[in-house]
Every structure is written in C-alpha cells, then in structure tokens.
Design a protein around this ligand. Sequence first.
Ligand SMILES: [Zn+2]
Ligand SMILES: [Zn+2]
Ligand SMILES: [Zn+2]
Length: 86
Amino acid sequence: MSECPHVAVMPRPEPAPAADTCPECLADGTHPVQLRLCLSCGHVGCCDSSAGRHATGHFHSTGHPVMRTFEPGEAWRWCFVDGSIV
Ligand SMILES: [Zn+2]
Ligand SMILES: [Zn+2]
Ligand SMILES: [Zn+2]
C-alpha cells in the first residue's frame, strides 16, 4: 500500500506520451536502455541504466515526481520524491 501523496494528484487520464523514444538520447546520439514516461507531462526519458539518465534528469529539471515504465509488458510507477515504487 502506497503512502505516496504524489500519485493522487497526477492528471487522469495520464498525459499522452510526447515521443516514442528518449528525445534527448536521440539528440545526443546515445541509446536508451529502457524508457520511462513522466505522469505529469508525458515526457519520455531513459532509465538510470542508460547513459543519459534522462528520466531522472527530467525530474531534477522540472520537479515532476512520478513516472511509470514505458516498456511493453511492464506496469509499475516510481516516485522520485519518495524514492520508491508507488
Ligand atoms: Zn511520492
Ligand atoms: Zn535519454
Ligand atoms: Zn514531466
């Protein structure tokens, strides 16, 4: 059971994905390992196993707290503020 207050204030329905890959990796010429979707704005960024860690970078630049996996067959959310699956 999640204690995360941030999930409750995410837009419903969730924002449409802004891209189908990490645009910052595309610009940098790096390769995303896995993709994450920001549940505040639909930003798509790469995971912390990727060179750019752009999903985490997005949190640091915007403060958007919750993302979910953007990988087919996976279903989980991560809150950067709580530092846990939510
Ligand atoms: Zn939270
Ligand atoms: Zn990236
Ligand atoms: Zn965002």
